[in-house]
Structures are given as structure tokens and as C-alpha cells.
Design a protein around this ligand. Structure first.
Ligand code: PEP
Length: 253
């Protein structure tokens, strides 16, 4: 059975006190999750230790990082490494988010190095990718998404894919309030699973969790998560409000 996952990407939001409050509020309500369901928050790196300490006292709440550098250590001012994350008991990291691609010029060659560094340190990678609006409009979205996966991930072995979660996030839907329709999400997720199946076989494709991200809210989560190839969501804006985030978690069923 595939894992269903809701992960909150807090981006560069919340001060220390706010991060503590949000984590405590989520942790208090979460309780026991069904065996195949996972809930994660990804705070700014400065809050990781605080958030992880609160989460460790609660059932079911996991903590992931939003980014990491590809090198193990060295003269990279302002950066953090996979080994540092691991040393704080952080087991997951988002890589390839469209904001990293756009504002920090992260391309597939760099992401490939980051993925390798994360896996060498036994971190789970939540790999984000998706097409721009113009690419959907000129009907190249399937090609674009396939190339993003192939270029950054298809050098991995089938075993390494057990540490990969995919997050399909059409760029035109991130932070815009414009969500992909459930049919658009399903169509792309089915394409992604079959693309991975062709390369890695049934067992890898059938076990792979593919999350949808892009303006998921309490009022649309259940329909999107109800699609057969959608295994949960990566949530931006709505993950900053306890009530909204928990309503989206509840929609995972
Ligand atoms: C995201 O940042 O990954 C995201 C999906 O944001 P939002 O939910 O705000 O569109």
C-alpha cells in the first residue's frame, strides 16, 4: 500500500514563537494516524530544531527541511548540508521547489547533485517539479515534466527510489489560488507513474507516493486527493493556518 502524505511547506514565514505555536497546535490534534498516512511540516531551517523537538513529543508529526546544499561541508556561506540535517534527526528534505528553480537558478544538473548528497546521507527526498503556464498552454507539459524527472532522478537505482517522494506542482498553481482540476492532476500523476514504471518497473511505480501541490485548500483537498494516482499534497499557504492544515490532513482519507 502506498503512503499517503500531507506536507506543509512554510517557506520563509513565521518567527520563532509563531513556529512553536503552529507546531504545538498541529501536534496536539494530530494523534494516531492510520499506518499508511504521514504528516510533515517543513519550516525554515532556523526553526528546524525547535519544531523537531516539539514534534518528537507528539505522535505522527514529521519534520523536513526546505533545501540543502550539495556539498558535504566547506566555504559555502549561508548554506546547510545533508549531514547537518541528519545530525539534527531530520530525515526528509524538499528539493527542486519551483521557487528554488526560479529565484536561485537551480537546474536539473544541480538538483541531481543535491539528490545524490541527500541519499548518501539516507535522507528522504521530496522532489518537486512541474511545468510553467506557457508550457501547459503550448501543450508541452508532459514532455517538460518527463525531462525534469529523467534529468534529475533517472540515474538512481530502483532501490534508491524507496527514498524518493514526488511532488508534482504546476508552477501556475503555486500561490496563485488557481488549482489544477482533479482531472488535470490525475492525468499528470498517471503520466508520471507510467513514466517511472517504464524505467523502473511495477514495484517501484506502485510504491511511489506522488503528491500534488498548488493552491490546495480545505475546500478542494478531498477531491484532488481522491484521484487514484494522487497520494496526498504539498501545501504552501494553507499550511500556515492550523485549522486549514488539519482540514487538509483530514482530507487524506
Ligand atoms: C508550495 O509552495 O509548494 C505550494 C504548493 O504553495 P501553495 O499551496 O501556496 O500554492
Amino acid at each position: 500500500m502506498r503512503n499517503r502524505i500531507v506536507a506543509g511547506n512554510w517557506k520563509m514565514n513565521l518567527d520563532h514563537a509563531q513556529a512553536k505555536t503552529l507546531t504545538q497546535e498541529i501536534a496536539q490534534v494530530l494523534g494516531d494516524l492510520p499506518q499508511n498516512q504521514r504528516v510533515m511540516v517543513c519550516p525554515p531551517s532556523i526553526h528546524l530544531n525547535t519544531v523537531a523537538a516539539i514534534a518528537s513529543e507528539a505522535d505522527g508529526l514529521e519534520v523536513g527541511a526546505q533545501n540543502m546544499h550539495q556539498a558535504a561541508s566547506g566555504a559555502y556561506t549561508g548554506e546547510i548540508s545533508a549531514g547537518m540535517l541528519k545530525s539534527y534527526d531530520i530525515h526528509s528534505v524538499l528539493l527542486g521547489h519551483s521557487e528554488r528553480r526560479e529565484y536561485f537558478h537551480e537546474d536539473s544538473a544541480l538538483l541531481r547533485q543535491k539528490v545524490d548528497a541527500a541519499l548518501e546521507n539516507s535522507l528522504e527526498v521530496i522532489f518537486c517539479f512541474g511545468e510553467q503556464l506557457a508550457q501547459r498552454e503550448n501543450d508541452t507539459h508532459f514532455e517538460v515534466v518527463s525531462a525534469q524527472l529523467k534529468d534529475a532522478l533517472f540515474h538512481l537505482t530502483a532501490d534508491q527510489w524507496s527514498k524518493i517522494v514526488l511532488a508534482y506542482e504546476p508552477v501556475w498553481a503555486i500561490g496563485t489560488g488557481r488549482t489544477a482540476t482533479p482531472e488535470q492532476a490525475q492525468e499528470m500523476h498517471a503520466h508520471i507513474r507510467s513514466f517511472v514504471r517504464d524505467q523502473y518497473g511495477d514495484s517501484c511505480a506502485d510504491q511511489l507516493s506522488i503528491l500534488y501541490g498548488g493552491s490546495v485548500k480545505p475546500n478542494n483537498a478531498a477531491e484532488i486527493f481522491g484521484q487514484p494516482d494522487v497520494d496526498g499534497g504539498l501545501i504552501g499557504g494553507a499550511s500556515l493556518k492550523t485549522e486549514d492544515f488539519l482540514a487538509i490532513v483530514a482530507a487524506m482519507k
